[in-house]
Every structure is written in structure tokens, then in C-alpha cells.
Design a protein around this ligand. Structure first.
Ligand code: B12
Length: 248
């Protein structure tokens, strides 16, 4: 299978479940990050960034929750995304795939992959950082984290991880620039302030007009700590069972 066909197949496997897949070269990522975040692979090695859109909740997570009789410990979303990544590894058994989730850490406690940088270099979502603002409005003491914005979903999405096809080189992969949708100094400043100081009120996600947001159920689910989600999970399960009966 050619690299192009692999990308198409990954899209076919993930998109129906509310994910997007965006290919990039490891070299593009390595060019930006510090030494200790670089991957030890050739420049042209192909990787795919996976993001979840607002549809992922209904198309993937809720069905996963409903069919998982014994949720066990840990975060259901992490298990659900892991299942999708494992499925891809199975489909491409001939390829040597390193699947890295957003939440995975190295023994040094550093994240294994910086998904926002991967989002930027793959063209999926522009990564807004403090250094995009000149002059810097905040002063030396403030710690300002960067945030990615998707052209269709604003901040209503998440960057779930990357699949590195270690033995696939894609020298001809065309580079897609991320769209700078938050395109004024004032709006960039507003975005970074909302993300850093008021992220719980969700408003950073609406910094641009969006096509779709998280539903109220989805917001409630993500705003609840995993240890307190059992009642919500029960509610989602009973809703789905009713829907299934109604459609008989
Ligand atoms: C650790 C972590 C946190 C920590 C620290 C945050 C931080 N950014 O350091 C804490 C607990 C505070 C946190 C909080 C939150 N987080 Co958080 N977090 C992470 C995590 C796991 C790692 C981030 C990290 O440590 N980065 C390390 C630093 C050094 O990276 P960096 O600043 O980007 O620096 C690199 C770039 O600058 C790059 N670089 C240099 N020059 C250039 C030039 C260009 C053009 C480019 C592209 C790159 C580049 O090189 C640097 C490294 O060498 C990521 C997931 C992941 N694996 O990436 C999620 C992530 C950043 N978090 C996320 C979110 C949503 C949140 C919260 C809102 C809570 C939540 N989950 O709902 C809050 C909001 C922040 C706040 N106000 O507190 C999202 C952000 C989504 C988005 N749209 O951008 C992520 C991506 C998770 C996800 N699955 O989507 N988080």
C-alpha cells in the first residue's frame, strides 16, 4: 500500500467515529521542538495526528460506554481511543506503528508527544503561542500556555495522539499550512487569556464562529471528574437503550 493509500484507509477507519486524521512528516515536527522532544526517526517518516471532533462523543464514546458492561478503572475515553488505535494497528499489521496518546508521559514526566505542535505542522489546527504576540502583553512572571484552534470547530475539539508509521517514508507529502483563524493581535491576546485564566467557562472555544460545539451531555461528561462519572454513565446507557427500543 502506498503512503497515500494508508492515509486514506486511516481516514476511512476513523472519520465515521467523529475523528479527523492529518498526516505530517516527523521532520516537520522535529524542526520545531527542543532536543528532548524530538523523535529519533528520519525526516520523511510518515505520522498521522488524530483529533476528536464534537461528533466523537455520540459516534464513538457513548456507544463504547453502552457496550462496555464492566467499565473497570480509568478513563473510558482513553480506553475508547486506545481501542481505535489498536484497531488501526491490526489493520496495518505489516507496518511498524508507534501509537502515542496525548496523555502518555516519559519516565522524566515529560509528555511523549506535543500534540499541539503536531496539529500545527499537519495543518489541522493553528497553535497560538505567547511568542505570536509582539509586543508581549503579560510580563516575565506570567506563565501563558498555548492553545490550538481548529478552523471549523474553534476550541471544540481535542488532539488525541499520533500514529507514527516507523517504516513508511513519504517524501512527497504536501505541507498544508494551518489556517490562522484568530488573526488579529487583540483576538490572539483574548484567546490566550481566556484559555489560561478562564478555561472552565468554555469561552476560549468560541473565539471564532464555529460549525459545531459539544452537546450539553458532552460538556457535563467532560466537566465531571472521572471518579464521579458513574451516574452520568448510567444515564447515557439508559438513554441509548430507550433509543434502541424506540427504533425497533
Ligand atoms: C501537561 C498539560 C497540561 C498542564 C500544563 C500545560 C502546558 N501546556 O504545559 C496543565 C495541567 C496546566 C494543563 C491544563 C489544561 N489543559 Co493541558 N495538556 C498538557 C499536555 C499533556 C502536555 C503539554 C505540555 O507539557 N507541553 C510541553 C511544553 C514545553 O510544550 P509547548 O509549550 O507547546 O512548547 C513547545 C512548542 O513551543 C514547540 N515550538 C517551539 N517553537 C515553535 C514554533 C511553532 C510554529 C510550533 C508549531 C511549535 C513550536 O517547542 C516547544 C517544546 O520544545 C497536553 C497534551 C500533549 N501531549 O501535548 C495537554 C493539552 C495542551 N491540554 C489541553 C487542555 C484542553 C487543557 C485544559 C483546558 C484542561 C482540559 N483538559 O480541559 C487546561 C487549560 C490550561 C490552563 N489554563 O490551566 C489541550 C489543549 C487543546 C488545544 N485546543 O490546544 C491539550 C492539547 C490536550 C488535548 N488532548 O487536546 N495541561
Amino acid at each position: 500500500m502506498s503512503p497515500k493509500e494508508i492515509i486514506e484507509k486511516v481516514e476511512q477507519l476513523l472519520c465515521p467515529f467523529g475523528f479527523e486524521a492529518h498526516a505530517f512528516k516527523i521532520g516537520w515536527y522535529n524542526e520545531h521542538v527542543d532536543e528532548n522532544f524530538k523523535f529519533p526517526y528520519d525526516y520523511d517518516t510518515m505520522a498521522i495526528l488524530v483529533i476528536s471532533t464534537p461528533d466523537m462523543f455520540d459516534k464513538s464514546l457513548v456507544p463504547y460506554i453502552v457496550r462496555t458492561e464492566c467499565p473497570g478503572t480509568g478513563d473510558m475515553l482513553d480506553h475508547c481511543v486506545t481501542e481505535h488505535f489498536n484497531n488501526i494497528k491490526k489493520e496495518f499489521a505489516d507496518c511498524d506503528i508507534e501509537a502515542i496518546h496525548d496523555f502518555e508521559l516519559l519516565p522524566s514526566r515529560r509528555p511523549k508527544v506535543l500534540v499541539q505542535t503536531a496539529g500545527h505542522v499537519s495543518g489541522a489546527a493553528y497553535y497560538y503561542q505567547r511568542k505570536d504576540l509582539d509586543p508581549d502583553p503579560w510580563g516575565d512572571k506570567a506563565k501563558i500556555y498555548g492553545v490550538s484552534i481548529h478552523p471549523k470547530y474553534g476550541g471544540w475539539f481535542a488532539l488525541r495522539g499520533v500514529l507514527i508509521f516507523k517504516n513508511i517514508k513519504h517524501p512527497d507529502l504536501e505541507r498544508v499550512s494551518p489556517v490562522d483563524v484568530v488573526n488579529t493581535y487583540e483576538l490572539k491576546k483574548e484567546l490566550l487569556e481566556r484559555f489560561n485564566y478562564n478555561w472552565q467557562d468554555w469561552t476560549f472555544r468560541d473565539i471564532i464562529p464555529v460549525e459545531k460545539r459539544y452537546s450539553e451531555d458532552q460538556k457535563e461528561y467532560f466537566a465531571t471528574l472521572p471518579k464521579d462519572r458513574q451516574p452520568l454513565i448510567e444515564k447515557l446507557k439508559s438513554h441509548r437503550k430507550c433509543e434502541a427500543v424506540d427504533s425497533l
